[in-house]
Design a protein around this ligand. Structure first.
Ligand code: TXA
Ligand code: MG
Length: 318
């Protein structure tokens, strides 16, 4: 198969209507999309990613009217969050309607729904008679793609098209919120900081570390992993001294000066957390291709997006 990296939305719509997979840009990360109402097409997503069947997929919509078609018993706080953050990096887990195929939800009675903000994907969704199921477009446990090139590096000619929307502007997967009745639960830290969610719905219950029976396997402890071993540390300069005989890559927040390192990537020289988040996965992809023995990643300040970045770094560490 010849994959096209394309900006031709109509061509991607045609492929999706035919039951094919298409990689799509979103503001968070690239997704591997198929018709959410077509179990056969959705099954191919799982096969392509090597993803276990118990790990459910997010369904992407473009207008609010689609939400009650997919989900029921929607608490007011879910509407408040949708109002505040959609379109954007927020996924809501809600009781599913019968129309949502079992394969999407991994047999669960709930469905994850998100309205993405990327204009190209909004245009794509508007011209389709169905919503799109899309996990991040990476093989299971690997680092999520934030450019069309990353998707191509992973899947090469195994998918017919990659809709190229440029580099992802948020760069971290969506924040996932579920509900126990009216009480909101944070399942995955992500592109919208916890504090911003709390400003809308009050305090959250946090449930991001349930390893044995993952509600959201974004929680699986090994996840987002480069092939190169990675270690999170507080003092990179000190850690470098221990590994003087190794080829070390450094991933730092804003400092640039690490003479003992083989390669240094600084995520935001101006200490801008949004910029750091946006550049994180690109940096991990680059370091992973640099023939290093070890990546030393600096721990971020544990607040706002820094907390979401730390989450990804800790899961990448293994
Ligand atoms: O930003 C994003 O969310 C990206 C873009 C493409 O939209 N998608 C993404 O999908 O990160 P994925 O499949 O890589 O991660 C989705 C997470 C998984 O951890 C999955 O377990 C969880 O959402 N999830 C989906 N439906 C769920 C459900 N019904 N109950 C609990 N967790 C659910
Ligand atoms: Mg993923």
């Amino acid at each position: 198969m010849k994959t096209s990296i394309t900006i031709d939305v109509a061509k991607c719509q045609k492929l999706l209507l035919e039951g094919e997979l298409v990689a799509i840009p979103t503001e968070t990360v690239y997704g591997l999309a198929a018709n959410a109402l077509d179990s056969k097409a959705v099954k191919r997503i799982f096969e392509m990613k090597g993803r276990p069947a118990f790990n459910p997929l997010i369904v992407h919509i473009h207008q609010m009217e689609q939400l009650p078609v997919l989900a029921k018993d929607i608490p007011q706080k879910a509407y408040d969050l949708a109002e505040a953050f959609w379109p954007g990096s927020l996924t809501l887990i809600l009781p599913k309607q019968d129309i949502v195929p079992e394969i999407i939800t991994g047999g669960k009675s709930t469905v994850g729904v998100r309205m993405p903000k990327h204009p190209l994907t909004q245009e794509l969704l508007k011209g389709l008679p169905f919503p799109l199921a899309a996990p991040s477009a990476n093989p299971f446990t690997r680092v999520s793609p934030t450019s069309a090139q990353h998707v191509w590096d992973y899947f090469g000619d195994r998918i017919p098209a990659i809709l190229d929307g440029g580099p992802c502007q948020v760069g971290l997967e969506s924040t996932i919120i579920g509900f126990d009745g009216e009480i909101p639960i944070l399942y995955r830290k992500g592109g919208i900081p916890k504090e911003a969610i709390e400003a809308v719905v009050g305090e959250l219950r946090v449930s991001t570390e349930n390893e044995t029976s993952p509600e959201a396997p974004g929680m699986l402890l090994k996840h987002y992993s480069p092939r190169t071993p990675l270690m999170v540390c507080d003092d990179i300069g000190e850690a470098l001294k221990q590994y003087y005989d190794k080829r070390i890559g450094v991933l730092s927040f804003f400092e640039e000066d690490f003479p003992m390192a083989t390669k240094v990537i600084t995520l935001s020289k101006n200490k801008m957390m949004e910029e750091a988040a946006m550049s994180l996965f690109e940096a991990l992809h680059t370091l992973d291709k640099s023939g290093l023995d070890l990546i030393l990643a600096e721990r971020f300040p544990e607040k706002g997006l820094g907390s979401s970045i730390n989450d990804r770094l800790f899961r990448a560490q293994n």
